[in-house]
Design a protein around this ligand. Structure first.
Ligand code: ADP
Length: 160
């Protein structure tokens, strides 16, 4: 069974992330969307919220599960006996960082291959940080994030 891990902060999940999950689930038998619990980073949404948004958005995908992990991705990868790591590439600007990470991860676990998937063109400009910023300033993020996320963002503005 070919299992892939799609790791990220997902703060919050956007339709761009979901597009990558859909594409990944067509290539692999199973995909684990793994929310990173990074104590060095401050997140807008709690780990629990980030996991819940993903679980809700992916509830009709039997080949996809949502988990969280902390520490080295390579250790989590070994523990899961995964075949690949999925990452999304939106533009050339993503490439340098992703390339570094892919090679560093492979150094940590020799059999860790990173597969890069490109989202639909509609989502190439989309990022969690841009969604947070637009929403914070009162802009419209409809169609860019799942409904539950849209509601949570709105609630967050009213009660920061
Ligand atoms: P991280 O902090 O690990 O970069 P993110 O949640 O920002 O976590 O991103 C996780 C992965 O999803 C990264 O590979 C990123 O390039 C990809 N990604 C983020 N937004 C999009 C998008 N709109 N379309 C495709 N891939 C995306």
């Amino acid at each position: 069974m070919k299992l892939a891990i799609y790791p990220g902060s997902f703060d919050p999940v956007t339709n761009g992330h979901l597009d990558i999950v859909r594409r990944g689930s067509q290539l692999f038998d199973h995909v684990i969307v793994a929310v990173s619990e990074n104590s060095q980073k401050t997140h807008y949404f709690s780990l629990q919220d980030r996991v819940e948004f993903l679980k809700d958005a992916l509830k009709n995908y039997p080949k996809v599960t949502v988990e969280h992990f902390s520490g080295l991705l390579a250790n989590y990868f070994r523990q899961k006996k995964a075949s690949a790591v999925i990452r999304g590439l939106r533009a050339v600007s993503d490439f340098e960082y992703e390339f570094q990470m892919a090679l560093m991860n492979r150094r940590q676990a020799r059999n860790l291959e990173t597969v890069f998937l490109m989202p639909d063109e509609r989502y190439t400009y989309l990022s969690s940080s841009l969604v947070r910023e637009v929403s914070r300033l009162g802009g419209d993020v409809k169609g860019l994030v799942p409904n539950t996320v849209q509601k949570a963002l709105r609630k967050r503005i009213l009660r920061p």
